[in-house]
Design a protein around this ligand. Structure first.
Ligand SMILES: C=C(O[C@@H]1C=C(C(=O)O)C=C[C@H]1O)C(=O)O
Length: 295
């Protein structure tokens, strides 16, 4: 049993969610890719507590009940799909290049058989996507190691490294001479599908027992996204404050990302979950289950 499902089975989050007057603990991705959703989220409700984190932190917080709901890796949602649904209209996805999820490699991707590949400890969706893509390309006997996202030390002992989010963005514009493979683009080229990296998960139990509370979380994120996409200047100013770079850089980056989640994007997410199952990365087949209404 995976650590994620083991943690959730302890029932911690169920207890918390059903406690009527408890604060709702809501996870948010702390990196620039999620700013168009997260930057403008209204944090004024005293019954909401916000937990910003890297995707891998959010994934384990959701699994062990530290948070009740929020943005997590799509792969982590798939592992927890018995207990969670995904909020309609909210994701971090791309249809082709994503711009911030790369395999940085000392040699062409096809020549990585028998090599060590370092995977960032911050991700679940992209690191499993890398395993799928390398497998599909026919790369065999890879020694995968998970490490903190520091490219030079990852490449000390590895032939290639996968980074996501701000760490990947940082290295994508440096002059390092490595080959760079955008995993959103590789996935799209090979399969024709979009790729969903993050979804907003809420417990099935909350949806069934207290749908108004679930709708409250949904509205909070949808309203954040509406304001973020409606005022991209402010989002870009925040991204620039966090990481530097030019306005054009951010405009081009955010134009690659899709923040919706509907039936058409679910086809891509399901194709990814199918591939993860075929490659032995998920223990059972999973379909994305969308919940709620966007209006
Ligand atoms: C677009 C990105 O997507 C992120 C990638 C994730 C993962 O690999 O698990 C999780 C959340 C997403 O926000 C990124 O990291 O740049």
């Amino acid at each position: 049993m995976s650590k994620l499902s083991a943690g959730h089975r302890s029932g911690q989050s169920d207890t918390q969610v059903s406690t009527e007057h408890a604060k709702l603990r809501i996870g948010q991705i702390k990196f620039t890719n999620a700013l168009p959703i997260c930057h403008f989220i209204d944090r004024s409700d005293p019954m909401h507590e916000f937990w910003p984190g890297a995707p891998s932190e959010l994934n384990s917080w959701l699994a062990d009940g530290t948070i009740d709901a929020g943005l997590v890796s799509a792969f982590a949602y798939a592992q927890l799909a018995d207990d969670f649904v995904a909020l309609r209209g909210l994701s971090v996805s791309s249809r082709g290049p994503v711009g911030s999820i790369f395999l940085f490699s000392k040699r062409p991707i096809e020549e990585l058989s028998g090599c060590t590949v370092a995977l960032t400890s911050h991700s679940a969706s992209s690191t499993n996507l890398a395993r799928i893509l390398l497998g599909e390309i026919g790369v065999r006997d890879v020694n995968y190691v998970t490490q903190e996202p520091d490219l030079p030390s990852m490449l000390d002992g590895a032939e290639a490294a996968v980074l996501i989010a701000d760490h990947a963005l940082h290295w994508s514009v440096q002059d390092h001479g490595l080959q760079m493979y955008d995993l959103g683009e590789e996935w799209h080229t090979r399969t024709g599908h979009s790729m969903t990296f993050a979804v907003c998960a809420v417990p099935r139990r909350l949806v069934e027992q207290d749908p108004e509370k679930a709708r409250g979380i949904h509205r909070l994120f949808l309203e954040g996204k509406r304001k973020g996409l409606g005022d991209l200047e402010a989002v870009i100013a925040e991204a620039t404050r966090m990481m530097g770079q030019t306005e054009d850089f951010w405009r081009s980056y955010f134009s690659k990302l899709i923040y919706d989640l509907h039936e058409e994007l679910a086809v891509g997410a399901d194709a990814y979950f199918d591939a993860a199952y075929r490659h032995g990365l998920l223990t059972k087949p999973v379909k994305l289950e969308l919940w709620g209404d966007e209006s």
